[in-house]
Design a protein around this ligand. Structure first.
Ligand code: GTP
Ligand code: MG
Length: 293
């Protein structure tokens, strides 16, 4: 058996989570067109005959503006500890590297394991930026141009990573695709709809917690979740006129949870204000933004 860990590092929005989902073949991490969607280190397991590659998706590398951002940066840094491969993800739609790309590249280069450059979004930007990004990593174990959306180039990337993994045990059972519990993904699917349907600071001020999951006799999954915001005004936006926004978030999130978990779902959503939750260490801890082990 060949097995090991591969960290996905890059600035926000380059497609790390989309790429991990595509390689794993299942939706493990949520995705949005807004930056700073991913807030945790999330493992996604790619199973191949005789091999297992455990991808570690991470929060996009950016300058933190509150304690949550600092926790996110810690989660990213922790993902690079002891991995067998580090992948710098950049996007073909940005013609040249920005400060976030350079910072991410320095982290990957400093990880002490083989470093790979992955130019994502070639369906939208072509391969022209490849030679512009390649110098970011002085010692390259491999360069790949891919599209996480169309799947172009992914088979080559997967094959190279399988070949790069050392001999080792199966870290996860055959049917496992992530290290996160079902409740985590359910909460994230609600947050994904909040990211899609709200604007400006609102999505970033939202935390979603699943309070209860219960299987009903009729086969329906009952899921109760709370959407936390920082201010009354944000609560108003999330509830919307006559409850329109909350109904819309709920309907779309329910459909996603039903699709992934394969059963009818009753989703009960509540909105609560938790002032300055992104800047309170104790609150962050309670909401699951823990210091990574
Ligand atoms: N055209 C195109 N869009 C892509 C591709 N991969 C990702 N995207 C889009 O890029 C946006 C960001 O994708 P994410 O996967 O959320 O990016 P991320 O790097 O995980 O972002 P953070 O979690 O914020 O760090 C989404 O709108 C995706 O649909 C791709 O290969 N081609
Ligand atoms: Mg992400």
């Amino acid at each position: 058996m060949h097995s090991g860990f591969a960290a996905l590092i890059g600035r926000p929005n380059v497609g790390k989570s989309t790429l991990m989902n595509a390689l794993v073949g299942a939706k493990v991490a949520i995705v949005s067109e807004k930056p700073q969607t991913t807030r945790h280190r999330i493992a996604g397991v790619m199973h191949r005959p005789g091999a297992q590659v455990v991808f570690l998706d991470t929060p996009g590398v950016h300058r933190p503006r509150h304690r949550l951002g600092e926790r996110m940066a810690e989660a990213t840094a922790s993902a690079l500890e002891g991995v067998d491969a580090a992948l710098l993800i950049v996007e073909a739609t940005s013609p040249s590297p920005g400060p976030g790309d350079r910072w991410a590249a320095a982290m990957v280069a400093g990880a002490g394991c083989p470093a790979y450059l992955v130019l994502n979004k070639i369906d939208a930007g072509g391969r022209a930026a490849l030679p512009v990004y390649a110098p970011l990593l002085p010692k390259l174990a491999g360069v790949f141009a891919v599209s996480a959306v169309t799947g172009e180039g992914l088979a080559d990337l997967a094959e190279a990573l399988v070949a790069a993994m050392p001999e080792g045990p199966a870290y996860f059972p055959e049917d496992a695709v992530t290290d996160r519990p079902d409740e985590f993904l359910m909460a994230e699917l609600v947050r994904e709809e909040v990211f899609r349907l709200t604007r400006d600071e609102v999505p970033h001020a939202v935390h979603v917690a699943v309070d209860e999951v219960a299987e009903r006799d009729n086969g329906t999954l009952y899921v109760a979740a709370t959407i936390y915001v920082e201010r009354e005004s944000q609560k108003g936006i999330l509830i919307g006129h006559g409850g329109d926004m909350l109904r819309s978030v709920g309907a779309h999130a329910r459909a996603q949870i039903e699709r992934i978990f394969g059963c009818p779902v009753y989703l009960a959503l509540h909105v609560k204000v938790k002032e300055h939750w992104r800047d309170r260490a104790g609150t962050l801890e309670n909401l699951g933004y823990r210091r990574e082990p």
